[in-house]
Design a protein around this ligand. Sequence first.
Ligand code: SF4
Length: 456
Amino acid sequence: MQTSQFFDENLLNKYNTAGPRYTSYPTALEFHNEFSQSDLIQAIEQSPNRELSLYVHIPFCHSLCYYCGCNKVITRHRSKADTYLEYLAEEIASRAPLFKDYTIKQLHWGGGTPSFLTHEQITKLVNLLKQKFNFAEHVEMSIEIDPREIELDLAEHLYSLGFNRLSIGVQDIDEKVQKTINRVQSTAFIETFIAHAKRIGFKSINIDLIYGLPHQTMDTFSRTLDKAKEMDVDRISLFSYAHLPSRFAAQRKLRDEWLPSVNQKFALMRLAIEKLCDYSYEFIGMDHFAKPNDELSVAQKNGTLHRNFQGYTTKGDCDLLGLGVSSISDIGHVYSQNVKDLKTYYHAIETEKHALEKGVSLTKDDVIRGEVIRELMCNLFLNKQTINEKYAIDFDQYFADDLPLLNTFIDDGLVSNNSETIQINQKARLLVRNICMTFDIYMKKHINQQRFSRVI
Ligand code: SF4
């Protein structure tokens, strides 16, 4: 892949504004408390989908990584997870009957740290899910792993329960960076763990990397990227560190002067994209890389890539049910979210048997705009005729107020728009979020509120 085309500094500086990552449209900012359990039940009944993706949130972590912006609970006491699993079991018992005519195609455990759980706790939860829901014969089962505080035999254990995909938080291998972010971990162990998991039979292994961390330099991050290549994983997620100390208290431990400047951060991102593409990974969407034969790469080539709350996926025809504190669901034409605080979650389960806090029912306009944004985010291409037929509209007429906002991108050679298609050119790859904002009717409301991280 010709990567130099992605890095026109003038254009990137011109459009480097804050924008949503569009894991949903409308974004979570539009969720509201009037959304109720009966809205969710109605959405399940009306949804055309009968395949389900399950997300389970395990909020606990052994120690605090200072860069973290996730919803988590730091504790050394594994027994806390026993209590959590009891409440989760109640939530599962009350939710599962609503999905009795669905088939589970995908299961993902995220956090926090799902590998915080003991082998026994993991077994218990998998068995419970399999008992309550109808699992398809071939299910994609993935779990996020924190490589600290685990043993090699975790891989066997997960595999024996049906997990076939792993996602491992590597972030950066440099010792000084690791100490500063309070996440010291052994690269040698990670390499051994990955090799071991592959030998056992894991089908797909992903690692997460972060650029923009304190004390990262071109040299140190180059070594991290080289090590990622040696690990020979199937997918790599490359995240930008968003320093928002006013929102995330732990980030206040990271002093501004330790962070790379805007230009240095840009150079780190460029280094990563260039190296990973040189290593023959396909650049997927904005921040993922996959081997050419990986199903994400194949889906991108075929124009069938989708995006949901977990990022890019090939399972676009599944509804998504989130279980556990703070988890998000995407069912038919609604999004909903559970309460974010653990105590409130326990109280809600005790009193209501579910922990739904807020959500949003999509209007027809939301659905249309959501599809337009998703297509552009995933496939950089939109066939207007497909949208016209599906929603009985005339695209150019329907978006008459929005399309002029594309002109600046068209003038800069980033987008082509004709009567049949909209195409985002490769050189606008890093600006897809900005281009999609053209079709976001809620954006005007948030544009000056700095509610989103910068695109780069
Ligand atoms: S980065 Fe992951 S492991 Fe670290 S505190 Fe956040 S959720 Fe926990």
